[in-house]
Design a protein around this ligand. Structure first.
Ligand code: SF4
Length: 115
């Protein structure tokens, strides 16, 4: 006969191991989804985002004094950046920028480094 405490402990360890193992898979799926994102049709005609559009956005990352900004961060290296559309202007898939193009040299406070 097995000890009920051992069974509970075994179940806890098994669940924990499965949770830890699923983290890299979730990360991979998120990255794959981002890479699969394409520029919407007609995006070349969208207006360019202005400073302050959302999340403290600026067109030139060197001009922000936001506390979250770290040197080297800019739209073109962000996880939400998809591709250039019109010169330095490109498509950002973050919902707050769904109808404007952002500048490759821009930055906003939801910046997340691309993997
Ligand atoms: S989410 Fe990223 S790509 Fe989009 S505006 Fe902010 S910093 Fe730029």
């Amino acid at each position: 006969m097995s000890n009920p405490i051992d069974n509970g402990r075994r179940k806890f360890l098994k669940t924990g191991a499965m949770a830890v193992a699923s983290i890299p898979l979730a990360t991979l799926l998120t990255q794959r989804t981002a890479k699969a994102q394409s520029v919407p049709e007609g995006a070349a005609d969208w207006p360019h985002a202005e400073n302050g559009h959302a999340h403290n956005y600026v067109n030139d990352h060197t001009t922000t004094d936001h506390s979250r900004y770290q040197e080297g961060q800019q739209c073109s290296s962000c996880q939400f950046w998809v591709d250039n559309v019109d010169g330095d202007w490109g498509y950002c898939m973050h919902p707050s920028f769904s109808d404007v193009l952002v500048n490759a040299n821009g930055w906003c406070s939801v910046y997340a480094p691309a993997a």
